[in-house]
Design a protein around this ligand. Structure first.
Ligand SMILES: [Zn+2]
Length: 103
């Protein structure tokens, strides 16, 4: 079984499953936003959709990192991203300190 380089406790298979679950839940959110769109402020609907599409593109980017071996490595400082963070946010691009510095 292939393990993710920086995350010995999580296999690539498990990461793929987590990313797929994250994508499914974002798609469900998108459907819910679209279903309630007629009842909600247009700008709010747009903002929600933009946020969901962003998350979906981040999930795809994480799958690409998983394929090329960069998954679990901070894209800014190249340190390993803590497993606890990846469990909460499987498509995290940055470690906690870089995320805080960048936002
Ligand atoms: Zn970092």
């Amino acid at each position: 079984m292939t393990t993710v380089a920086r995350s010995p406790n999580m296999s690539a298979h498990e990461v793929r499953q987590r990313l797929q679950r994250a994508r499914n839940s974002r798609r469900a959110q998108l459907r819910a936003v679209e279903d309630t769109a007629p009842l909600v402020d247009k700008d709010l609907t747009t903002a929600r959709k933009v946020a969901i599409h962003y998350a979906l593109s981040e999930i795809t980017a994480a799958e690409r990192r998983l394929a090329n071996g960069a998954y679990g490595t901070c894209q800014a400082c190249r340190a390993g991203i803590a497993i606890e963070r990846l469990e909460v946010l499987p498509y995290a691009r940055y470690c906690v300190s870089c995320q805080e510095r960048l936002t």
